[in-house]
Design a protein around this ligand. Structure first.
Ligand code: HAM
Length: 471
């Protein structure tokens, strides 16, 4: 009834009334925020985290920092330069390159109208953005290859489930300007070593899509085959068959998968030159002892790929694993598609939430190879004077390179010692009223309980000496 009463007047509204309604809506929205603020003081509804989104909280800090440092070290070592492109881009950038008929473009992009009427989106990936930046900054004239690495959030309106989020973080590398098998192999090696440095054993699933001409020949064959099996395909694939038949190969529907077991395989449609190129990539991988499996049905879910395509899976998951940790490939037509001079390129991206989920599981099982290093010293203070002095001493220790845990929120020595025990520190520094007056501090060995009094000025040296590995 209420809904009916609300609907009627809206139908009759003329333009000027609509404007007024808009204004009212704005006012209502503003009031809502104010009301919420007021309510929150007395306990209103706390806004929820959006579906498929995650907060990064301090308990995850170690993993995120380790991943960033590993990515940075590796990228620097292999000569990739950091690129940071905006999160907002023209929607057309991805529609033109990832392709109509791909899940990302058809179903998952966060597209909206900008205030000036342009169609913009939250980037669903960064390869197209890197290609745009490469053209915009005239990087064709730089010595080739031009190598980028990036690390940041991507957005896809996917159905949230384990390892699938609507905002997720990728570490990726892109290499523009050189079409050589060794470049593909180097990119695979960087992705592989990134995960290896984190203690993860992985396996590369690899295939080749050949040149656009090879692909076109294959598409004729594939489309012919799929047409004969049309009635067995899911509704989405029936549409894909018309719009973009290659994307049928991405479908996870068991009935479509059954149809695909008999489908012609792209590898058989590669030209001799494409086959030779692919064999060269595999030769390099053999040389580098990087484990791989040939996966004839692997075509990746994006349209820009040519030649080599690959995905990275955790070794123990083996074939048929649920979700890849990363993926990539060559995209020789991408720059040209965006209006640049013909320039080959290749790259990969790794989904970091998926990597962290594996690392966390391993940590729980006690098998994780990377370990969080906790401070070896806790600083306890008693009384206001000691607290003030402790602030200075902590800063001096930090500047001297000694990282010390502390808890100014706790005032009792018992509470602070409990915390020191919990952190499993080797030594505690204790500063009370007496020590402040004497200019000293107590160092307690947490295992033996033996205490030593040292001059505050010698505190850093004394701690450094104690923390030195015994030879
Ligand atoms: P992609 O396979 O779409 O490729 O994504 C790469 C990785 O990002 C995936 O393997 C996965 O780990 C992670 N990922 C993708 N979607 C999600 C999601 N919804 N939630 C969590 N993680 C996700 C690309 O994005 C290409 N740009 C890779 C590339 C770079 N190709 C050439 N250069």
């Amino acid at each position: 009834m209420i809904a009916k009463m609300n609907k009627k007047p809206i139908k009759k509204k003329n333009i000027s009334e609509k404007k007024i309604v808009k204004k009212e809506k704005t006012v209502v929205a503003k009031n809502d925020i104010e009301e919420n603020n007021v309510q929150n003081k007395g306990g209103g509804r706390t806004p929820a985290l959006l579906r498929g989104m995650k907060d990064l909280v301090p308990k995850d800090e170690f993993f995120w920092k380790t991943l960033y440092r590993t990515a940075e070290n590796l990228s620097e070592a292999y000569g990739y330069g950091l690129i940071n492109t905006p999160i907002l881009e023209e929607a057309g950038l991805f529609v033109r390159t990832l392709g109509k008929g791909t899940d990302v473009v058809d179903k998952e992009m966060y597209v909206f109208e900008d205030l000036d009427g342009g169609k913009i989106c939250l980037r669903p990936e960064a390869t197209a953005s890197c290609a745009r930046a490469f053209i915009n900054h005239g990087m064709q004239s730089l010595p080739q290859p031009v190598k980028f690495w990036y690390y940041g959030p991507m957005f896809r309106h996917d159905r949230p489930q384990a390892g699938r989020y609507r905002q997720f973080t990728q570490f990726g590398c892109e290499s523009f300007g050189v079409h050589e098998a060794v470049v593909d192999a180097e990119l695979i090696a960087v992705a592989y070593h990134f995960l290896e440095d984190l203690g993860l054993k992985t396996n590369i699933h690899i295939n080749s899509l050949g040149t656009p001409e090879d692909r076109q020949n294959y598409l004729v064959e594939l489309t012919g085959y799929l047409r004969t099996k049309r009635s067995y395909l899911c509704e989405d694939c029936k549409k894909r068959l018309v719009k973009n038949p290659l994307r049928v190969l991405d479908c996870k529907n068991p009935e479509c998968q059954a149809v695909l077991t008999e489908a012609p395989q792209i590898i058989e449609w590669l030209s001799e030159a494409s086959k030779a190129y692919f064999m060269k990539v595999l030769e390099y991988l053999d040389e580098l002892s990087i484990p791989y499996v040939l996966q004839n049905t692997l075509v990746r879910g994006l349209d820009y790929y040519t030649d080599t395509v690959f995905e990275i899976y955790l070794d123990e998951e083996g074939e048929g694993a649920q979700s890849a940790l990363g993926g990539g490939g060559r995209y020789n037509g991408l720059i040209e598609q965006l209006g640049g001079r013909p320039t080959p390129g290749a790259g990969f991206a790794i989904g970091l939430e998926r990597v962290i989920s594996v690392l966390r599981k391993q940590t729980d099982e006690g098998t994780c190879k990377i370990k969080e290093v906790f401070p070896a010293v806790f600083f306890a203070q008693l009384g206001e004077q000691a607290r003030k002095k402790a602030l200075h001493l902590l800063e001096n220790l930090r500047k001297g390179g000694v990282i010390v845990a502390h808890s100014f929120g706790k005032s009792s020595l018992k509470g602070q010692m409990e915390m020191a025990d919990k952190l499993k520190v080797r030594y505690s520094v204790i500063l009370g009223q007496k020590e402040v007056q004497d200019g000293t501090a107590i160092i307690r060995d947490m295992e033996s309980g033996i205490q030593e009094i040292v001059d505050q000025k010698k505190l850093k040296n004394a701690l450094e000496k104690k923390l030195q590995p015994k030879v």
